[in-house]
Design a protein around this ligand. Structure first.
Ligand code: CMC
Length: 375
């Protein structure tokens, strides 16, 4: 390895520019999808508009949006063998493992013929429509209930909640799910998007790249943090109890899930946008003590470590207040992030070069082989 290559080494690729993108910018001062700030999008746009923006490079006109929504609706029902697979997967299997298998299975029944940019966009819509149905179907089967068919006229967020619970959601629940889908949709060269790009760069297929993203998002240092954060919050019955634990955990150098970020050092824009809604949901649910636990851990992290929460911290508690089982929180992250992954897959294909970095070798020097009898 040349000294130039060694100089470029950063553990975890921290700060390394690993490629170019026009999908989003992740900066200390702003997060923007294709030039639209997350503040503007979360205030004014539906998730469907955001998904269109990511897949087609700009916001839709009304007729483009209507056509896009119709296309999503046309792909909501799962192929029979995928439903059979959901029935066959044991109930105790992790939600992300279920989704990894179900999306892979969906690829075997791909209704889109041929390869190319337009086919990739269509496949993205196919997966975007199917993933919420997979999560809802799995929830229903786990509760011993029949799957619920999609109901025409509902928003993407409302549709998932309808299919999961069998009744139309409150306006607040629909709004918050829509918002979290917007906030989770895209985040530049995060680990799962990078995994999807690495897979794509070998000229592998669309579904393999999405499955690479799912497997990578699962980990608690990435998307799995929303579940891990809620598992933590749910352990405490009061703010003081949580605060005492947080002091102890920090003193023991434990990682507190839902805090910190590789890029953001002044706080995560998405967490700031979502937090007021989490508080509102807590009030609506009459569970202020959980908000006290949330605040106690957040304040202790700030006072002792000066580390801010990331989006997964308020999101875990928001989903909990919406009566969603913890096992579906990271799958719901997938339901959103498939749009960002697809945008990266399409972008990677449009200007592909195999992603194949080097490593610094730290093993033994070249040594002589000895026959088994001499070892
Ligand atoms: N709890 C306690 N200490 C932390 C945390 C945390 N959550 N995050 C960072 N630190 C400390 C860390 O111990 C280290 O301190 P020191 O220098 O004294 O050893 C310092 O901050 C730098 O941490 P790092 O782990 O080297 O930073 P990184 O850039 O490699 O990691 C991270 C970023 C997100 C993996 C990390 O902050 C973390 O593990 N957070 C918890 C998991 C989490 O919430 N992940 C979600 C990420 S954002 C959205 C998403 O992808 O879903």
């Amino acid at each position: 390895m040349s000294s130039t290559a060694e100089e470029l080494y950063r553990p975890g690729l921290e700060g390394i520019i690993a490629g170019e993108t026009s999908v989003s910018t992740v900066e200390q001062d702003d997060l923007a999808y294709r030039g639209y700030t997350i503040e503007d999008l979360s205030k004014h746009a539906s998730f469907e508009e955001v998904a269109y923006l990511l897949l087609y490079d700009d916001l839709p006109t009304q007729s483009q949006l209507d056509g896009f929504v119709a296309q999503i609706n046309a792909h909501r029902e799962l192929p029979g063998p995928v439903v059979d697979t959901l029935r066959a997967i044991p109930q105790n299997v992790n939600g992300m493992d279920m989704l990894r298998t179900a999306v892979s299975m969906l690829g075997h029944f791909d209704p889109i013929a041929g390869e190319g940019h337009d086919q990739d966009v269509e496949r993205a819509i196919h997966v975007l429509a199917a993933v919420p149905t997979m999560i809802a179907t799995r929830l229903r089967l786990g509760a011993g209930q029949d799957p619920v068919s999609p109901k025409p006229g509902l928003s993407h967020a409302g549709q998932f909640l309808y299919q999961a619970f069998g009744s139309e959601p409150t306006a607040l629940h629909e709004k918050v799910l829509d918002l979290t889908l917007t906030l989770y949709a895209e985040h530049e060269y995060n680990a799962s998007a990078f995994a999807a790009r690495v897979c794509t760069s070998t000229l592998s297929d669309f579904y393999s790249a999405i499955v690479s993203g799912i497997g990578t998002l699962k980990g608690p240092l990435h998307g799995g943090a929303n579940e891990a954060a809620m598992e933590m919050i749910s352990r405490f019955g009061s703010g003081p109890e949580a605060e005492a634990w947080a002091h102890h955990a920090i003193a023991n150098k434990e990682k507190i899930m839902g805090f910190g970020h590789r890029v953001y050092k002044n706080g995560d824009h998405r967490a700031r946008i979502l937090e007021p809604y989490t508080r509102q949901l807590g009030e609506a649910k009459g569970e202020q003590f959980r908000v006290d636990v949330y605040d106690a851990i957040k304040d202790t992290m700030w006072n002792e470590k000066k580390i801010y929460p990331n989006v997964d911290y308020p999101c875990g508690l928001a989903y909990f207040f919406m009566d969603l089982p913890i096992d579906v929180y990271t799958p719901l992250f997938v339901a959103s992030r498939v749009t960002g992954w697809a945008a990266h897959i399409i972008e990677q294909r449009s200007n592909n070069r195999l992603i194949r970095p080097r490593s610094r070798y730290v093993g033994p020097a070249i040594r002589p082989y000895k026959p088994v009898s001499e070892r």
